[in-house]
Design a protein around this ligand. Sequence first.
Ligand code: G6P
Length: 607
Amino acid sequence: MCGIVGYIGKNNCLPLLIEGLKRLEYRGYDSSGISCLHQGSISTFKKTGKIVNMEATVPKSLSATIGIGHTRWATHGGVTDENSHPHLSQNNKFAIVHNGIIENYKTLKTHLENDGYTFRSSTDSEVIAHLLEKNYTGDFEKSFHKTLSLLEGTYGIVALSLDNPDYLMIGRKGSPLVLGIGNDEMFVASDVSAFLGHTKQVVYLEDNEISKLSINNFKTTDFTLEEKKKEIATIDWDISELNKNNFEHYLLKEIYEQPESIRRAFAGRFMESIGTAKLGGLNMTPQELINIDRVGVIACGTSYHAGLVGSYVLEELARVPTAVHIASEIRYKNPIVDKNSVYFAVSQSGETIDTFLAMKEFQRKGSRVLGICNVVGSTIPRESNGGVYVHSGPEISVASTKAFTSQLTVFYLFSLLMGRMKDVSQQKGIELIQALKMIPEQIEEILKSTEKIQSIAKEYSKLDNFLFLGRGISYPVALEGALKLKEISYRHAEGIPAGEIKHGPIALIDKNTPVIFIVPKDHLQEKMISNIEEVKARGGRLLAICTPNNQRVKELVHDYIEIPECDPLLSPLLSIIPLQLLAYYVAKELGCDIDQPRNLAKSVTVE
Ligand code: G6P
């Protein structure tokens, strides 16, 4: 979603701001802009569309040492140049960039208009710039504090003042911001990738914190002006991880990274000789773990699908009832919280607002919420009661792939840990670990069929309305396969539990309907074969994901992609790979914007 970058330092900020915004492109956006202090005025450049459109309007000769930039994902007001950020105050004395939503902007706007302020945009954000000017009595810091005290809603704000060229003011409430500490230069951004090429020293701002950022220092206070002591953290990954290397798209690179990212997710977390796992970050004693009698998962999108797979695994291995909730639904449902329940907030970004707010609601009701997140230092892990990082490394493509399989890996580890405290024998535990350790190589095996998948995708890209069918643990894989296709190729796709096909969806089938069956070797294989027969009898273009020895399936369908045999519980880690590749190649065939699909955002920070 919207991205923020700000700079103050000894260098020309313009290329740094533009580079930072380009690093944030992956979050999804529809317009961009920058403002800088130049020769006694605030120069501003904003344009809809790609950052290069905006960049083209910035004179090459322009140089400035303090500035702010933004990528906007429209919420209030259409996609226009005027609605793009930065927004300027009436007399162009202040410029602001804002992520989040100002809920009381209408009231504030009416008051400001009554006071003679003229609005140039139809955004909620513009009120902030005018309020800064209205509240200014010669002290920018004071005016910033006063302005923030009038705002309701969520925000990450960076403000620039014409009369105060030595510092930027920054405020956070519900929308992440991080400072980058350099030598004679400072950065601020909505995520570290914006400035990682320049410094790895960072300071994460918490909610309700305000920072004053100068060339060589920063001061952070809370909203009552009490100074807060902030720790400087070091980012442990490298800018090179943000590059595409030799891949045409980040999505393909991230699909190919999965053998490695899964290895990273389980590295150091097995206790192989006793067939169990260790997850230090849970902050739970063995007694507390054994007392868990229910698990809940809260998540959105792909992370929700990971939670669904997790529920099958947890119930099977640990025999603990597990409910999976869509975060935006459960948070308004007055959730019932059991005293011996544990909840997992699953989120790649660690910033998804619905997941975060659902987590808060569970915590308010006295529940323990553990994070399963990828982005280190993000909001959910920081505010959870413990958790596990999945360590996928940066995931840049909007559609999630490697984070999904790493989230699954963490669910396997947790289920193993719980299972070994309950029903699972040492021997079964050891076997599961061995099977998990083989998964990366088995994925490498699947990746060898990329060419075949590409040619299947070419054919299927001519079709529309895809049905993905799976049973048991393959049902969430069907959902995720359908979501991938929808997200990046804009083809309509539905994931359906195969047993439900007779209860409605079979009416959709004709000879042009592509139907994708997920048939790993498990106890439901025979049932899936019956479903294939049913669909075949009604036409349909049939594609199966199946194991090499499954001759019956291969004979029934038009096309198949093989996945190796594995422990049935682990099969989602394998069966999702061809579906990710299929979505990728269909989208490529259709010429879609694969890494930044239309209308989507990587990290959804507004409700
Ligand atoms: C957005 C992204 C999806 C992602 C979902 C949840 O919709 O486009 O790819 O699955 O948010 O994100 P999270 O960061 O919480 O996993």
